[in-house]
Ligand binder design. Structure first.
Ligand code: GLP
Length: 245
């Protein structure tokens, strides 16, 4: 696992975006896995700048959403599909028909999850997966558990996750209680992973992820077993690791 400590959020976003941009130049038809939330906002902003400067193009890239809330339609302002539309599709040349989303309103969610895995396989697998880190140590919505869930599946969200994500909604009651997410196996199947972590609030959990035991109670710790992970973290997020040294 490569850890790159950056001065601040902007530097972290720029460095990570340069990494993605390099891969896009080498393989214009790159298959991306796409996280949402506050961590990757900067990377999407930087990618949009690079597209505007004609330094890269996303027109041939394919994207797979990392996760989606259950019960929200794609046009709901807090759905992850809507987020990607706003922060990626509307500001770059990424084509809407190339973005695969998880159907959070599917009643037959089991079939939706199976179909999602098939879509990822049919695309040749994920080349580059962009991840954020949840306060609970989750990646996607894989919450702490006694096992690592393998495939795309439905999860009940932890109270802490609901509380943390309430900042995007008018009230905590509006935060969906369940979500669909790529499984840990789906995530580990990506050929390359970028994990973005910023802010002092993530310092404790990042330290656990980087230096604690690899266990399903800290889902992101499994990334230490992946061959090609780069963690881009700002100094605040790294503070618990660096202060100990
Ligand atoms: C959310 C999402 C994840 C995201 C993580 C961190 O709940 N399910 O995909 O990466 O939690 O969110 P943030 O970047 O807003 O801290």
């Amino acid at each position: 696992m490569k850890v790159i400590t950056c001065k601040d959020y902007e530097t972290m976003s720029q460095k990570a975006a340069d990494d993605v941009a390099q891969d896009l130049r080498e393989k214009p038809g790159l298959v991306l896995g796409l996280a949402t939330g506050s961590s990757p906002l900067g990377i999407y902003r930087c990618l949009a700048d690079l597209v505007r400067q004609e330094s890269i193009s996303c027109s041939r890239a394919t994207g797979f959403q990392l996760d989606e809330y259950c019960g929200l339609t794609p046009d709901h302002p807090q759905s992850f599909h809507h987020y990607l539309k706003e922060h990626l599709l509307n500001v770059t040349d990424f084509r809407e028909e190339h973005l695969h989303g998880l159907n959070g309103t599917a009643t037959d969610w089991k079939s939706a999850c199976i179909s999602y895995e098939e879509q990822i396989s049919a695309a040749g697998g994920i080349d580059l997966l962009i991840l954020g880190l949840g306060q609970t140590g989750h990646i996607g919505f894989n919450e702490p558990d006694n096992v690592f869930p393998v495939h795309t599946h439905r999860v009940k969200l932890e109270k802490e996750t609901i509380r943390s994500n309430a900042r995007f909604f008018d009230s905590p009651e509006q935060v969906p209680r369940a979500a669909l997410t790529m499984g840990i196996g789906t995530i580990m199947g990506a050929r390359k992973i970028i994990l973005l972590v910023n802010g002092r609030g993530k310092a404790g959990i990042l330290k656990d992820v980087l230096t604690g035991s690899v266990k399903p109670q800290i889902p992101a710790s499994i990334l230490r077993f992946h061959q090609n992970v780069t963690v881009y973290a700002d100094e605040e997020a790294m503070s618990a690791v660096t202060e100990e040294k």
